[in-house]
Design a protein around this ligand. Structure first.
Ligand SMILES: NC(=O)c1ccc[n+]([C@@H]2O[C@H](COP(=O)([O-])OP(=O)(O)OC[C@H]3O[C@@H](n4cnc5c(N)ncnc54)[C@H](OP(=O)(O)O)[C@@H]3O)[C@@H](O)[C@H]2O)c1
Length: 338
């Protein structure tokens, strides 16, 4: 392959160097409509060729199905890939709109063994707490996670959707290598508290949904009209009804910059996340999700796209105009507790 490989970034203060863009694997089994197994497998291989080494999954993605699907790929490339998975969240099969969150020790102990079994691995490279259960002190949860490191089941620890204060409390127990939170042109709430805390503590930021779950690419404009039944985005307030129409109109400057750079809308969105992190002075490894080899090439090429100060300022006003929350229930997200 002649495509250039992407640059690298460090995971935490003393972790491995990984490709500066990772791959979100959730959609390969869960949440975003029908999947094509062969195309997903080809996407994983293509990503690796392009220098993507951080692969993101969770036990909640398809109730273990995503971890099982990824296992043969991880096995075949064990020395080249960094495997990130998560515990804490489950979705009752009889009500896919509900979320059950557990952060207690017995649950974590069961969850890690189940993930190791499904992934067919001896050790998980990066183990995240997916969601915060406010009934369990975060220090207790991280103490259990730290035991998993000592026992050799897990190499590094991460937290997802925590507040800056929760991150600080966690760090008193064990170093947190990565914070995974939604961060995009449309979702910037973490810049107030979470990003400064991550910078101060040396945690790498792993922005999820950097393409606004696909909305920022222009590939759909209204979830109810454009996406299949059961697609999770039909539950998200910003992608339906009047909100969707108002938000689609916010893409005008993104479209203009895409034309100016002979790039796609998605590439502008990804370049923005990468450069926004530089403004805050912390390492960042966005994990755009795709199931298509051509798109992974398109997305990784965005690591070479540089926006000028004037161009960045055109994008600056977008986030505060977005209509609708990130989730229907924001208590599960860091911004809902700040
Ligand atoms: N910690 C958390 O709570 C949390 C929450 C959500 C997600 N995540 C993780 O973050 C990853 C990424 O987030 P995400 O998948 O929600 O959102 P995203 O990366 O913002 O967007 C993914 C969507 O964009 C589409 N897409 C990707 N590249 C594209 C391109 N170049 N052109 C047009 N469309 C494109 C994908 O469709 P195709 O697949 O069909 O290409 C998919 O529908 C997930 O896979 C998951 O691992 C974590």
């Amino acid at each position: 392959m002649t495509d250039s490989r992407i640059p690298t970034a460090r995971l935490g203060t003393d972790g491995p160097e990984v490709g500066a863009q990772g791959l979100g694997c959730m959609g390969m089994s869960f949440a975003y409509g029908p999947t094509d197994t062969e195309a997903s497998r080809a996407t994983l291989e293509r990503a690796l060729e392009l220098g993507v080494t951080l692969y993101d999954t969770a036990d909640a993605y398809g109730a273990g199905e995503n971890e099982r699907f990824l296992a043969p790929f991880f096995k075949a490339h064990r020395d080249e890939v960094v495997v990130a998975t998560k515990f804490a969240l489950s979705i009752p099969p009889d009500d896919p709109t509900k979320r059950i969150i557990r952060n207690d020790a017995p649950y974590i102990r069961e969850a890690v063994e189940a993930s190791l079994r499904r992934l067919d691995l001896d050790v998980i490279d990066l183990y995240y707490m997916h969601r915060r259960d406010v009934n369990v002190p975060i220090e207790e949860t991280v103490a259990v996670m730290a035991d998993l490191v000592r026992e050799g089941k897990v190499k590094q620890l991460g937290l997802s959707e925590v507040t800056g204060d929760e991150l600080r409390a966690a760090q008193t127990v064990h170093p947190i290598a990565a914070v995974q939170s939604e961060w995009s042109l449309f979702s910037r709430d973490i810049e107030a508290g979470v990003v400064p805390a991550a910078r101060e503590l040396g945690a790498t930021l792993v922005p999820y949904s950097p393409l606004g779950r696909g909305f920022l690419t222009g590939s759909f404009a209204n979830a109810e009209q454009d996406l299949t039944d059961g697609d999770f985005r039909r539950q998200q307030p910003r992608f339906t009804g009047d909100n969707a129409a108002a938000n689609a109109a916010l893409l005008t400057p993104v479209r203009a910059l895409a034309e100016a750079h002979d790039a796609t809308l998605g590439q502008i969105a990804l370049a923005w996340v990468q450069q926004r992190a530089q403004v805050h002075g912390l390492p960042v490894i966005p994990i755009p999700g795709t199931r298509k080899p051509a798109r992974v090439a398109e997305n990784t090429a965005a690591t070479r796209l540089v926006l000028t100060e004037a161009e960045l300022s055109l994008l600056e006003p977008i986030a505060e105009k977005v209509a609708g929350d990130r989730y229907a229930d924001m208590t599960f997200a860091s911004a809902g507790r700040e």
